[in-house]
Design a protein. Sequence first.
Length: 119
Amino acid sequence: MVATSHRPQLYSRVSVSSGVRSPLGTRPGGARPTPAPARAVRVYTSPGLTAREITVLKAWLDCDSKVDVGARLHIALGTVNTHLTRIRDKYSRVGRAAPTKAALVARALQDGIVKLDEL
């Protein structure tokens, strides 16, 4: 049998170390459990592309060549190049350079312009 003088000490150990919660989800002392930290969500600065630039970008990501983009959209090759240059400039101005087609794919995915299953 445990001596009476040791019981308060045993009870304090049990109450401190137990993870027992009350029916309302609070800890025995009344404190609420700390919620898990939220996952960090990366927010990207929008380059402010126009509707036509988005159309050209989607076509460029879907086609094998700029000539094909021009044929699909009924615009000249020079116009395709102008749109792509402006798109790249806009991404650069917001700190998200996209010098290659692969980089433009990444930016379009990040901005929700295209979905992975569309590529």
